[in-house]
Design a protein around this ligand. Structure first.
Ligand code: ATP
Ligand code: MG
Length: 242
């Protein structure tokens, strides 16, 4: 048991959840390595949400509210870290959640589907799929009722190749990635440089707030946001952390 007053309690708890995910067969070994990379960046960010991440979350909330068909894409890591919060987010947006795995097996898909059913959410992606043009790996397999026809896709701890092909397919991509230098962060329409565990509750709060705004105000928020500038600010913040 990790004592609650441990200075790095959240990070250690997260590591514990990923380890459990490996034992249950939900998370892949590569997911464990991704966790290690994430912890390094989070350490440099002092495990806090920066004002730049807050700006990106603000724009994300507006973009999601403007989207006709947003879809939340989940993998093994996000499932064990924050499935409950992601269900709350999907209910708030009345949108689908779809499982998308690089190391895809029927068993892992079903295990992830079961985790979401615990919160009464039937997710997409565990059944019949078709291939999204331009991506030959398993990640190119998408649900016709989900990512295939989505206009905006929220991805977390994502691979750069898929982000790029989603953008090429004409979709807006919102990425949650602690590494602002990753291809995912560099290619996404909006990149939130922060820990997914902190981001999702903040995003739900922001969506509840922005729901009261007029469409024209939401459009203004999205147009005002500059992802390139935001990434530079986040990279400079990481440098300060060193
Ligand atoms: P890319 O393919 O985009 O160039 P990559 O190959 O380094 O990036 P992937 O394994 O494809 O990385 O995706 C994992 C990413 O998720 C890493 O950048 C890692 O820092 C980040 N990450 C890990 N844990 C978290 C977390 N809890 N919250 C947000 N991001 C995280
Ligand atoms: Mg990658």
């Amino acid at each position: 048991m990790i004592p609650k007053n441990h200075p790095r309690y959240n990070s250690l708890m997260q590591r514990h959840l990923i380890e459990e995910g490996i034992h249950k067969g939900i998370t892949s070994m590569q997911g464990l390595i991704a966790q290690g990379r994430g912890e390094t960046f989070d350490y440099l960010l002092k495990e806090k949400t920066s004002k730049y991440a807050e700006e990106a979350i603000h724009a994300t909330a507006a973009l999601l509210l403007l989207s006709i068909k947003p879809v939340i894409s989940v993998n093994g890591n996000t499932t064990v870290l924050c499935s409950k919060e992601l269900v709350e987010l999907s209910n708030e947006l009345k949108c689908s959640i779809e499982v998308n795995l690089f190391y895809r097996t029927k068993k892992r898909e079903k295990l992830i589907e079961k985790e979401f059913l615990k919160f009464n959410k039937k997710i997409l992606g565990a059944g019949k799929k078709i291939r999204l043009k331009g991506l030959t790996s398993n990640r190119g397999l998408v649900d016709v009722k989900g990512i295939y026809c989505a206009d905006t896709v929220l991805v977390m701890l994502e691979d750069g190749d898929r982000t790029e092909s989603l953008i090429k397919a004409g979709k807006k991509v919102i990425a949650v990635d602690l590494n602002p230098l990753s291809r995912t962060a560099q290619k996404a329409s909006i990149s939130i440089t922060d820990n997914v565990l902190r981001v999702i509750p903040l995003l739900i709060k922001e969506i509840k707030k922005l729901k009261k705004k007029k469409t024209s105000e939401l459009i203004k928020i999205v147009l005002k946001y500059n992802n390139e500038k935001n990434l530079i600010n986040s990279i400079n913040l990481l440098k300060k952390g060193i």
